[in-house]
Design a protein around this ligand. Structure first.
Ligand code: CU
Length: 144
């Protein structure tokens, strides 16, 4: 009987210990949301791919260097201001041309070394320009 009594005591002790160490197991599962299936599935917004043509929109500066416009072709949003910076020692002069190839009034006048000129583009379209001093230098602004 002693052995039986000891075993019974151990069982009681084990139950008490278990009851003390795992109180959470007794908690009713009422804190769990009753209808988790009704929570709408979050649909991530479809990422809008950035067209390559707009990748350069944030940098609307064209560098004039080594007798060339860089970038030679630039796409900007309507209303953007484009800035040309002359990094050559030689002077340059930006003149835009119309569809017939004639000079327009959009003219930077002569830009000496380190000088810059800006022009705003408010109408979508393709605008070609060249350097009046070095006609082989050409560039295009595409306004979207
Ligand atoms: Cu030039």
């Amino acid at each position: 009987m002693r052995i039986h009594g000891l075993a019974f005591s151990l069982i009681i002790a084990a139950v008490i210990i278990a009851g003390c160490t795992q109180p959470a197991a007794i908690q009713p599962p009422q804190t769990i949301p009753a209808t988790p299936s009704t929570v709408p599935v979050q649909t991530p917004a479809t990422p809008i791919p950035t067209p390559i043509s707009q990748a350069t929109v944030s940098a609307n500066t064209i560098t004039i260097k080594n007798f060339a416009f860089d970038p030679q072709r630039l796409t900007v949003n309507t209303g953007s201001i484009v800035r040309w910076e002359n990094r050559d020692n030689a002077p340059h002069r930006i003149v835009f041309i119309d569809s017939a190839g004639r000079d327009t009034d959009v003219d930077s006048s002569v830009l000496s070394s380190s000088q810059s000129w800006s022009n705003r583009f408010d109408t979508p379209g393709t605008y070609d320009y060249y350097c009046k001093i070095h006609p082989e230098m050409t560039g295009t602004i595409i306004v979207v």
